[in-house]
Design a protein around this ligand. Structure first.
Ligand SMILES: NC(=O)c1ccc[n+]([C@@H]2O[C@H](COP(=O)([O-])OP(=O)(O)OC[C@H]3O[C@@H](n4cnc5c(N)ncnc54)[C@H](OP(=O)(O)O)[C@@H]3O)[C@@H](O)[C@H]2O)c1
Length: 331
């Protein structure tokens, strides 16, 4: 067995390019006590990895240049030095961008049986949990309220839209293409979807779509879309800061309209969160997401890129909106 891994070759300046990644052939590692050797089946590529490619503090330690990139993945156990797992088990956990990797058995989970293993990277994984806790715990939507979701056709966004509909809200999504907006309306039943790239004046478009104002804003993207949302928030509104992808490739934060006066005059709350804050409640979240999913109330959408060698491209594609739903690489 020959192993291959993908390392950070250099820190990106702006949008990452293929030159920032290096493919290296290595030996297949041997599992030590309580470790398992896993053959990768599916890798998750995620926007937050961009933050780990820059120097300095993000909410996770940065990758060093020359280090193997790591992300969530699903794979098959091929050798086990732990009584918890047998060869053939399908597991999810944090792995290097490799063909084979070892991991401590205590950090792995068996995937939910009876559903596609890719759901462990999307609706039944970290992105589903991010949507679940971010919307319900931070956003606290009530039936009849208007929820706006930016990045609505992405991995987190599609789950937020659907949970908000399940809770009886009016849901408005923003996304970067007409196809994505059609998907949000037709497949997920959102009440309105706005293509932020062609809408022209986003404030006017949002005002038309939200005649009673915006009670909950679930923000995945930041930037101009969020600037247009803030003047429309209602009294007591909740602004959930999940992600700011429009700024991840900027060297310095851009100066935009300042949101404080809208928060002040509406007695509104803006709160950032990181999903790992809810780790002690992950089992509850997965149980509810799995129940909605298996009963057909929650749909999954995935964009699957084929081939380990296409992993960097799949990651880079997140910044130009190539994915609908969860962006996954099939090894
Ligand atoms: N707080 C947490 O714990 C947590 C956990 C997971 C993810 N996140 C964050 O949540 C957000 C969504 O993550 P995800 O995994 O679901 O990714 P995703 O939405 O599936 O993929 C990224 C999407 O962002 C959009 N995008 C890219 N550049 C943009 C720009 N300049 N302006 C507006 N939209 C842009 C693209 O869609 P369009 O075609 O619509 O442009 C693209 O498909 C990210 O910001 C991520 O960092 C936070």
């Amino acid at each position: 067995m020959q192993n291959k891994e993908i390392r950070l070759a250099s820190r990106p300046a702006g949008v990452p390019t293929l030159e920032n990644f290096q493919f290296v052939e290595t030996e297949v590692p041997k599992p030590q006590s309580n470790e398992v050797l896993v053959r990768m089946l599916y890798l998750s590529v995620d926007p937050y990895l961009r933050g780990r490619m820059r120097e300095g503090r993000s909410y996770v330690a940065p990758f060093e240049v020359g280090q193997v990139i790591k992300s969530l993945a699903v794979g098959e156990v091929v050798e086990s030095a732990s009584p918890k797992f047998q060869p053939g088990d399908i597991v999810s956990g944090q792995f290097g961008w490799c063909l084979y990797d070892v991991a401590n058995a205590d950090a792995l989970m068996k995937v939910v049986p009876g559903v596609s293993p890719t759901t462990a990277l999307g609706v039944l994984g970290a992105t589903g949990l991010t949507a679940y806790f971010g919307l319900l715990d931070v956003g606290q939507p009530k039936a009849g309220e208007t929820v706006v979701v930016s990045g609505a056709a992405g991995a987190v966004g599609i789950v937020v839209c659907q949970i908000a509909k399940l809770k009886g809200c009016r849901v408005v999504g923003t996304a970067g293409s007409d196809e994505k907006c059609d998907y949000l309306r037709r497949e997920l039943g959102v009440d309105a979807a706005i293509n932020y790239k062609t809408a022209g004046n986003m404030f006017d478009a949002l005002k038309d779509a939200c005649p009673n104002g915006i009670d909950v804003y679930f923000d995945n993207v930041g930037g101009d879309v969020s600037d247009a949302v803030m003047p429309l928030i209602t009294n007591g509104a909740r602004v959930v800061i999940c992600g700011q992808i429009s700024m991840y490739n900027d060297e310095a934060p851009p100066l935009g309209p300042r949101p404080q006066r809208y928060l002040l005059t509406n007695s509104a709350r803006m709160e950032g969160f990181i999903v790992t804050k809810y780790m002690s409640r992950f089992a509850e979240g997965i149980q509810q997401l799995a129940q909605w999913f298996t009963s057909g109330q929650l749909k999954s959408a995935e964009t699957i890129v084929e081939g380990f060698e296409n992993t960097p491209n799949a990651f880079i594609g997140l910044f130009s909106g190539e994915n609908l739903g969860k962006q996954i690489v099939k090894i």
